[in-house]
Design a protein around this ligand. Structure first.
Ligand code: NAD
Length: 334
């Protein structure tokens, strides 16, 4: 029997590269597409195409074979430092919308059977996320819409786009709203990294007794989901007979950023000071609400935040050490 074929857009990125591994382990033939190869290890895809998904011409060659499933993860995105500074708003909206417009339209024209779209918790209204202890992120609270970033508005537009194509053109689209996914082989430096990776890097870089910087007062709340858990939930959503979402994929283990810092310090076995500085913050409180996904897909995270943080810290610490080595050897030559 021929293996099922899956297309992964954004396969050079963090979640995409992990998803490719998972699909390969399930026996899929996988084509990955991205502007770049994965940053940290070779892609597990059978075919990896370097292409710009904003261009219609790219899609014609990518879709030259019949795909059973497509996963659209490509987006112009990054952590708070990228999304909330305002400097990248035009690119974030234009680049990601172009990719999604082509995915929906070309997906229908080329007979892609099912399409997964990765939306984000950033599409939830800012007015429901002002109380750090009681953020409201149930799926039905999305409207009236008031995302706190242009990134969130584009996600909301694209969610609606995929469901419009489902209604009018028979596309079988599935939509998940990811809440802060983290893990090894995620961006950990350079400005696009998210809070868990940034925290691991800052702690790994500091000697005992040193100090790390935290944006704001650190009392803003978030939840973080380990990558393997996310990929499992995505696969369940795609395998569902009837359920399309939109659905949250996240953790309900809410922590403040100060608590996140303490957890990482505990893993590292270091006591460090925290200096609170101005920085882009996003909403005051956010947590996943997993009632719908539990009910529809029987999914919830299988392990606590601490477990995933340990694996991520180990990976980032190794990278920090590697980065130090050339400098150390130059110093010794001198
Ligand atoms: P990522 O930035 O690591 O991956 C996105 C990939 O898209 C990158 O490799 C990038 O090169 C690629 N890309 C961007 N523009 C492209 C273009 N024009 N043509 C081809 N490829 C292009 O991000 P990620 O963390 O893996 O996130 C994947 C998806 O999940 C994104 O859509 C993101 O918005 C969404 N999401 C992620 C999180 C999270 O916590 N990681 C949370 C919410 C939503």
């Amino acid at each position: 029997m021929q293996p099922k074929k899956a297309l992964v857009c954004g396969a050079g990125g963090f979640i995409g590269s992990h998803l490719v591994k998972r699909l390969k382990s399930e026996g899929f033939w996988v084509r990955g597409v991205d502007l770049k190869n994965p940053d940290f290890s070779p892609s597990a895809a059978d075919s990896f195409v370097i292409a710009d998904l904003r261009l219609l011409s790219s899609w014609e060659s990518i879709l030259d074979t019949q795909f059973d499933e497509a996963y659209q993860l490509a987006a112009d995105m990054g952590g708070a430092g990228y999304i909330f500074s305002g400097e990248h708003d035009a690119n974030v909206m234009h680049n990601s919308a172009m990719i999604n417009l082509h995915m929906a339209d070309c997906g229908v024209k080329h007979g892609v059977k099912k399409v997964f779209y990765s939306s984000s918790a950033c599409m939830y209204p800012a007015y429901n996320q002002t109380d750090p202890n009681n953020p409201k992120c149930a799926e039905e609270t999305a409207y009236p819409a008031e995302p706190d970033s242009e990134y969130g508005w584009e996600k909301l537009f694209s969610e609606r786009l995929y469901f419009a194509f489902t209604r009018n053109y028979g596309l079988d689209a599935r939509v998940a709203r990811f809440h802060n996914i983290f893990g090894p082989e995620g961006t950990w430096t350079g400005g696009k990294e998210k809070a868990p990776a940034a925290m691991c890097r800052k702690v790994a870089e500091q000697p005992e007794g040193g100090e790390i910087e935290v944006w704001g007062d650190g009392e803003q709340t978030r939840s973080f989901l380990y990558i393997d858990e996310c990929v499992e939930a995505v696969r369940r959503l795609m395998n569902s007979e009837t359920f399309r979402g939109p659905v949250n994929i996240g953790s309900e283990e809410m922590v403040t950023i100060n608590q996140l810092a303490s957890m990482v310090m505990e893993i590292a076995g270091k006591k460090l000071g925290i200096r609170h500085i101005d920085g882009p913050l996003g909403v005051r409180g956010r947590n996943s609400d997993n009632r719908l996904i539990r009910e529809q897909l029987g999914w919830s995270p299988s392990a606590p935040l601490m477990d995933g943080l340990k694996k991520t810290y180990t990976w980032i610490q190794t990278n920090v050490e590697k980065q130090r080595q050339p400098a150390a050897s130059t110093a010794s030559v001198r």
